[in-house]
Design a protein around this ligand. Structure first.
Ligand code: NAD
Length: 364
């Protein structure tokens, strides 16, 4: 049964109709050129407005923050206008939506960067075991290696912080209910947090406080623009993909949770490590995190109705995010409510393409 899942929960000043969150899902269907959200994207999100909260696909805050062709941005007027249509369509169906703010850092390739620039990172350490996704000069879409990054200068970091704040401001103008700062899954902010990718010797590297500094400055700058009660953060403790190596990630998460309380961050979204091969989160860690953090905790990673209820029952999470089930079942909430069968997601149409495997999954 799906009992607690279907009860309301309040994040900041916003009450969600249920605790089923649509996870952020890259679908690579922004219009070209310009990485602009489309009418088709609006239909897709509106179909899924039954979720208590939709978290948008990861959205590039700048061209520098882009690592995958066909992903949308939130740094031009056209992108903002495209997102406004998405938000209006979701709100018209009674839904709520958060925009996920994304900078990929070193998980990029010169082909998607302005003027073929090198990707940026905390340190000049290339991600060898990961890929970017590009449109080759002959027009062919292709995976591509992550190019060697250059280390960001200390003097550039206020600019990165300002880019997040500007993107968040655009998100609010587009009507989003929240913004989610993507500090997980091996991208720029997690590259700063992790010991293996951050070898800086300035005040943004070294001990835990220093490695957390950029994220905390981003949070403060975003909160100053939009209000902390509209800010969420995604973290992925024990994550190991994209060459992330971090022997302090659980301790860092506990430290950050305390800082999030200070900043008034409204929700903490945990991407569980299991799918990427990381050590599963322990019950002790989950319980400690619940004690430490005062806002709403949502967690994501291969849940179904039963395992989600069981997780909520432990009290270590307040809401559960579902990814693939929401791709294939726009009416996932109704299906869980009725104990109905689920459609199976088709992996071949996850990324890129048209309506097929995007807006054509049947509803009950
Ligand atoms: P993958 O290696 O198959 O693809 C990686 C990326 O390449 C995709 O996200 C997409 O941007 C791009 N891509 C691949 N094929 C494409 C195509 N035909 N057209 C356009 N773009 C294409 O990755 P995967 O195995 O599906 O994902 C691995 C994990 O990474 C997933 O389980 C997911 O949870 C995670 N993920 C995270 C993010 C994020 O944090 N922003 C984004 C995507 C995936």
């Amino acid at each position: 049964s799906a009992d607690k899942l279907l009860t309301p929960v309040t994040i900041g000043k916003t009450t969600l109709a249920n605790r089923m969150i649509m996870a952020p899902l890259t679908r690579s269907r922004a219009s070209q050129p310009g990485d602009v959200p489309t009418e088709m994207n609006a239909i897709y999100y509106a179909q899924r407005a039954g979720a208590g909260l939709i978290i948008s696909e990861a959205t590039n805050i700048t061209n520098q923050g882009k690592g995958y062709s066909l992903t949308p941005g939130i740094y031009t007027d056209a992108q903002e206008a495209g997102w406004k249509k998405v938000v209006e369509a979701v709100h018209a169906r009674g839904g709520k939506i958060s925009l996920q703010l994304w900078h990929v850092g070193r998980i990029s390739n010169r082909l998607v960067q302005e003027n073929g620039a090198a990707p940026v990172a905390p340190s000049a350490i290339q991600a060898i075991n990961s890929t970017s996704f590009v449109i080759l000069p002959d027009g062919t879409p292709s995976r591509a290696p992550c190019d060697a990054p250059r280390a960001l200068e200390t003097a550039e970091l206020p600019g990165i912080v300002a880019d997040y704040a500007a993107a968040a401001e655009r998100a609010m103008r587009a009507g989003f209910d929240f913004v989610e700062i993507h500090s997980a899954n091996g991208y720029l902010l997690q590259q700063f947090l992790a010991t293996g990718s951050n070898k800086r010797t300035d005040q943004y590297g070294g001990n835990m406080q220093n490695r957390a500094r950029l994220l905390l400055e981003v949070i403060d700058a975003v909160a100053a623009k939009v209000g902390a009660d509209k800010v969420g953060v995604r973290l992925s403790p024990n994550f190991v993909a994209h060459d992330i190596v971090d022997d302090e990630s659980e301790a860092m998460t506990m430290y950050l949770a305390e800082e999030f309380n200070r900043a008034g961050v409204a929700y903490l979204h945990i991407a569980e490590p299991d799918w990427a091969g990381g050590q599963p989160l322990s019950d002790t860690f989950r319980a400690d995190l619940r004690k430490q953090y005062q806002g709403v905790i949502m967690t994501c990673g291969g849940y179904d109705a039963q395992t989600a209820e069981a997780r909520l029952a432990t009290g270590t999470a307040d809401a559960i995010a579902f990814g693939r089930p929401f791709i294939a079942n726009p009416d996932l909430v109704a299906r869980y409510q009725q104990g109905a069968e689920l459609n199976t997601p088709d992996q071949a149409t996850f990324y890129g393409g048209n309506e097929v495997g995007y807006t054509d999954y049947p509803v009950l």
